[in-house]
Design a protein around this ligand. Structure first.
Ligand SMILES: NC(=O)C1=CN([C@@H]2O[C@H](COP(=O)(O)OP(=O)(O)OC[C@H]3O[C@@H](n4cnc5c(N)ncnc54)[C@H](O)[C@@H]3O)[C@@H](O)[C@H]2O)C=CC1
Ligand SMILES: Nc1nc(=O)c2c([nH]1)NC[C@@H]1CN(c3ccc(C(=O)N[C@@H](CCC(=O)O)C(=O)O)cc3)CN21
Length: 318
């Protein structure tokens, strides 16, 4: 079933969903099941699986020469989606990114997903390669998420880029996109980021999932701003439970978000990360309760394979 159908048929009740990161190459699918099992009792109608692009690693060869190798440390998004749909009563939402894909490779990936009965994708531009400063599109790949959405919508109409196909069958994907309550870091200002978001929705995105935020006011202002811009699709808040002291500096650096004063004070006062986990749970529960009161369609937790904190949060809410 499509995410938008889940959101529409559950009017009035906030749904629970979460996001997984594929295990490192060499690990087994069991680590995914271990991360999911404790969360399945809260009946998530869908689960997101992130996509991780290639990275460059440098190996020292004889004579001290450096050899650059292209590697993917976390492959498996498509396989994991098929495995979890097969094992649990849940819809998988693979993340599809522009980076590292030509249009033909994107078409082939979407064909695989369609064959597997996967009806949902989150369409993203994707991050820059770790060792590169900024996002560089693939030769013959997409530049922005909006262009990727165009290709998916075309396929949903039976319009494949391979124009030699005699009777191409339309795919049937529900498309979600990312939204940034605190602005995407590359956008020159909030208005231009809002225009980019509006373009994604106008191109065919049916719902938005937000970047993590720790101050609900940011989400409420964002939703209001979206409505002013004529963006009328459901906006699912994304929440990340705080679990380590290091995240005080890591999260703002990676995700370009602010941590509210009270949370900084509470985390800083913790004597160890065990105490931080408790603070993180309490903060996320308070955020979730307030969001639920405002009838958000779904609460989406960035568990990234570490389910303990999210399990404790969900137990208090769902
Ligand atoms: N790998 C994953 O699973 C996930 C990745 N992300 C991350 O989200 C970030 C960006 O992805 P999206 O939001 O999908 O990208 P996007 O293509 O919607 O936007 C990227 C940036 O380009 C700007 N922009 C968009 N269209 C434009 C246009 N036509 N002209 C000029 N500027 C334009 C936006 O304002 C934004 O600053 C990445 O950092 C991505 O990796 C987010 C969620 C999950
Ligand atoms: N820019 C961006 N890229 C993403 O891949 C991404 C977003 N934003 N926002 C939404 C989700 C959330 N994602 C993630 C991905 C990884 C962690 C994670 O593992 N964080 C570690 C720190 C990572 C590090 O130290 O490199 C943590 O401790 O929380 C969290 C959320 C993936 N998604």
């Amino acid at each position: 079933m499509k995410v938008i159908e889940h959101l529409n048929t559950n009017k009035g009740k906030t749904l629970f969903s979460f996001e997984l990161i594929p295990p490192l190459k060499g690990e087994s699918i069991q680590s995914i099941f271990d991360a999911m099992n404790p969360l399945m009792e809260f009946n998530p109608p869908f689960v997101d699986v992130t996509y991780h692009r290639e990275e460059y690693v440098y190996k020292i060869r004889e004579g001290g020469l450096l050899e650059r190798k292209v590697t993917r440390k976390r492959p498996g998004t498509v396989g994991i989606c098929a495995a979890i749909m097969n094992r649990y009563q849940v819809d998988a939402v693979p993340h599809i990114i522009c980076g590292g894909f030509s249009k033909e490779e994107t078409e082939n990936a979407l064909i695989d997903l369609s064959f597997l009965g996967i009806e949902n994708v989150l369409a993203l531009r994707g991050d820059a390669v770790k060792s590169e400063g900024s996002f560089i599109p693939e030769k013959d790949g997409h530049n922005y998420a909006v262009d990727l959405i165009g290709q998916i919508v075309d396929m949903n109409k039976g319009d494949y880029i391979d124009d030699d196909l005699p009777h191409p069958i339309p795919t049937n994907f529900c498309i979600g996109v990312a939204g940034y309550p605190e602005k995407h870091f590359e956008a020159p200002n909030l208005n231009s980021d809002m225009n980019a978001l509006k373009a994604k929705v106008d191109a065919g995105a049916e719902y938005i999932v937000t970047q993590m935020f720790f101050d609900n006011a940011k989400y409420f202002e964002f939703v209001e701003k979206c409505r002013e811009f004529g963006i009328n699709v459901p906006i699912i808040p994304g929440l990340k439970p705080f679990t380590t002291k290091k995240q005080l500096s890591v999260l703002p650096r990676i995700f370009h978000i602010d941590i509210p004063d009270d949370l900084v004070t509470a985390v800083s006062a913790c004597k160890d990360n065990k105490a931080v986990v408790e603070v993180g749970i309490e903060w996320a529960v308070q955020q979730s309760k307030e969001l639920m009161k405002k009838d958000v369609p779904c609460l989406h937790y960035y568990t990234m394979g570490r389910s303990r904190a999210t399990e404790k949060i969900a137990a208090q809410l769902f």
